[in-house]
Design a protein around this ligand. Structure first.
Ligand code: SF4
Length: 483
């Protein structure tokens, strides 16, 4: 398994990355073609690679490659994937490298029972399970934690559903999985509900997706969430619901609402756009209490737009398009020098001088990771003539790494783990900086069934070998504070 520090520099830029999205079709003609459209709708969840596995007359055909859905798939490949059952995947690697062996679906042949797996999330006891499996003779093809699922199913006993239950009961961490086999499709969600997974009716069959935005594209109806700890089995007679363990209290990743998910998705009953608008309104109320005066509100496109709209709505300060995003900047843009990195931000974002010049601006952003991008955006606005830039972050400060499928694995890369708000404000060269409080986030979403571990360090599971990172950090903190 490669560490995140060994990834190429373009992957270490100052943004959070989700690792994957999954999509499946059961019992609908041209399932692979529908999966292609579903994956398109989930492209924001992973751009490194993608793949589709389709089942036709008991055999599974898979096609996958590195790149965007539109780059990997053309009509000819889709046409070869026949049948009315298919699963697909878009990948961003947080565990395992981006080699082709790790691009999903992963395929296995279990005593002539073929199956394919797609997985979104991160298994935190992967290292321990892999060592155990290798000792028992399992041979791994790649470095992805998802491959462990295949080996656990292979080593389990009983019918396929029983094997799945045995396998998933051993996993700890975050996962939304689809398994395709001749018995149908199994949709499985981790017992803390850290990653989203839902399904909808389509014609005589079903579609299953990491996010409900894909249902709208295909006119899916009656969307429903797979519950934490649940297995939903789509088969010839319809749906069967089962569990592989009791649900723990639900801990949906708060970052799905803040940043990752598309605003038109509904996750665990919460509309993402509305949740973001509510956070913007909350920030505006706080600023009204503190007497902040501003001329315009702008959002850092695209994920901060909803919160900026909410801020403007509550404060009465006009929302303006002060920043424009160039959507066509190369995905693999490599930035080896500081000057090139700065040029990279300028290529990606432009400040509109006629809008921002001479203005006191409230700039809404969704989160701050390393701080370098936020600093450059403040600089862009000031160079375009902004009189004041007040940065408002629609999430609490990220002080802890994520081990559940988001690519922040160390304290060093998180600026809020090192600097308090005042220090960070000076670093950004902003006129003021405010984060949301965790309680305000929960109140805005009307839900406390959230994982907020990257804001407060309270993880939903044991972290197994990753726990050393936290222990070392806390030990160092204690030592520093006693000096
Ligand atoms: S630690 Fe943060 S990013 Fe990771 S699952 Fe929890 S809320 Fe999401």
């Amino acid at each position: 398994m490669i560490s995140k520090h060994e990834k190429t520099e373009d992957m270490q830029h100052d943004e959070l990355h989700e690792e994957c999205g999954v999509f499946g079709v059961y019992g609908v003609e041209d399932a692979a073609s529908l999966t292609y459209y579903g994956l398109h709708a989930l492209q924001h969840r992973g751009q490194e690679g993608c793949g589709i596995a389709a089942m036709d007359q008991g055999s599974i055909d898979t096609y996958k490659g590195k790149g965007l859905v539109s780059e990997v798939f053309h009509d000819a490949q889709i046409a070869k994937l026949k049948g009315d059952i298919a699963i697909g995947h878009v990948r961003y690697s947080t565990a395992g490298g981006n080699e082709i062996e790790n691009v999903q679906p992963l395929f296995a042949n279990l005593n002539h029972h073929k199956f394919a797996v797609v997985h979104n999330g991160q298994i935190v006891n992967a290292k321990e399970l892999r060592i155990q499996l290798e000792k028992k003779g399992s041979i791994f093809q790649g470095s992805s934690d998802s491959e462990i699922i295949l080996h656990l199913i292979q080593r389990a006993k009983g019918d396929f559903l029983t094997r799945i239950k045995q396998a998933f009961a051993q996993l700890e961490g975050a996962y939304a999985c689809l398994i395709l086999c001749e018995d149908g499709i199994f949709a499985i969600r981790d017992h803390n509900g850290l990653r989203p997974l839902s399904y909808a009716k389509l014609q005589e069959g079903y579609i299953i997706s990491s996010e409900s935005c894909a249902f709208d594209v295909l006119s899916g109806e009656d969307a429903c969430d797979v519950l934490p700890g649940e297995i939903v089995w789509f088969h010839l007679d319809g749906i069967r619901k089962d569990r592989y363990c009791e649900a723990h209290s639900s801990h949906m990743c708060a970052m799905e609402y803040i940043y990752f998910a598309r605003p038109d998705s509904v996750i665990d009953g919460i509309n993402v756009h509305e949740a973001r608008v509510a956070t913007g309104m909350c920030m505006a109320r706080k600023d009204r209490e503190s007497g902040l005066k501003a001329d315009i509100v702008i959002g850092v496109p695209d994920s901060s737009t909803s919160a900026a709209i909410g801020y403007a709505k509550e404060s009465g300060i006009p929302f303006e398009m002060g920043l424009i995003k160039n959507r066509y900047v190369g995905r693999t843009f490599i930035q080896p020098t500081q000057r090139q990195r700065e040029r990279g931000v300028r290529m990606k974002l432009s400040a509109i001088e006629t809008i921002v010049s001479g203005k006191r601006i409230v700039m809404i952003d969704d989160s701050i990771v390393r701080g370098t991008t936020s600093r450059r955006i403040v600089q862009l606005l000031k160079e375009a003539g902004a009189r004041e830039v007040h940065v408002r972050i629609a999430s609490p400060a990220i002080t802890h790494p994520c081990f559940y499928g988001v690519d922040t694995s160390s304290f060093e890369e998180l600026i809020s783990a090192r600097l308090n708000s005042e220090e960070l404000c000076r670093f950004l060269k902003a006129d003021s900086l405010q984060f949301m409080e965790i309680e305000d986030l929960i109140a805005s979403y009307h839900s406390d069934a959230l994982c907020v571990a990257c804001f407060n360090g309270q993880y939903a599971t044991s972290l197994f070998s990753y726990g050393d990172i936290i222990r070392t950090y806390r030990f160092k903190q204690k030592k520093d504070s006693s000096k």
